[in-house]
Design a protein around this ligand. Sequence first.
Ligand code: SAM
Length: 280
Amino acid sequence: MSIQEFENKCFKELNFLYSSQEIASLCKYAYQEYFGNNWPSEILDKRRAIRSDKQKLFEDYLNQLTLGNPYQYIFGYAEFYGLRLKVGEGVLIPRPETEQLVDWVLEDFGRQDNLKLLDACCGSGAISIALSKHLDSAHITGIDSSEQALKYAVENDKVYQSNLQWIKQDLFDFIPKVKFNIIVSNPPYVRYLEKKEMHLNVLNKEPHKALFVSDSDPLVFYERLRYIFNKYTRDHAVMYLECNQYLKQDLIELYSPEFIVESRNDFRMNFRMLKLSKKQ
Ligand SMILES: C[S@@+](CC[C@H](N)C(=O)[O-])C[C@H]1O[C@@H](n2cnc3c(N)ncnc32)[C@H](O)[C@@H]1O
């Protein structure tokens, strides 16, 4: 199979799932992954046959994509905040929007020592591990109810030698043993009614428990986080939350006037984040 034949097959077999632009990107990811850094030279002449030792990799990649698997699951990792985190079935692929939540915490607390931080619903450990690389002396705890997700968090922690504390724990039964300075969370927040806006491979392959909340009670995680923030944090504590773009007003009503509430948009200019500070 030549490069050109690979690309033609991708465009023909994946157009039920992806736009042309997305397919072009998926081809580029495969070149980067399987040819390495010198990939541009490998595809200069698209008539050239893909080297025999790489053929199977490209064929398997296309087969997996056709089955709806996200490319990050196929490669076994996702890039997040300059880190390469292991991901696979059963754990949410960390998103670029969430990097902006990490940015916000570091803007405020990047120079402080000995912080106690909770990452509630930590998934692959993306937020915790990224923060630990910049908050040397912080004591960070990540909790998640999913055993599969935590397995990835622990593996990622080993790779980056972060030595964080990971607890398999339902947020709704969580009784912390310490009081935190910071809570960060990207909890499930998509309502089932928003399903139709989602990409099929997200819907079919990523864990629903990581994504969805009921249409009738979409703020359930945010209510629980408010309780934990009130009860298990120190004076001057701050909570950073990733949020559903459509629920800004409901969330602001949930948290004010009790807390000082600030909001931010993501890079697509949709409302995406809240920062809550305790009033003194
Ligand atoms: C949107 S994902 C976020 C994962 C990760 N923090 C990230 O940003 O990539 C939400 C996470 O919440 C976890 N989760 C769902 N219900 C939970 C519960 N009741 N208690 C604790 N964690 C829960 C899921 O397993 C999933 O890992």
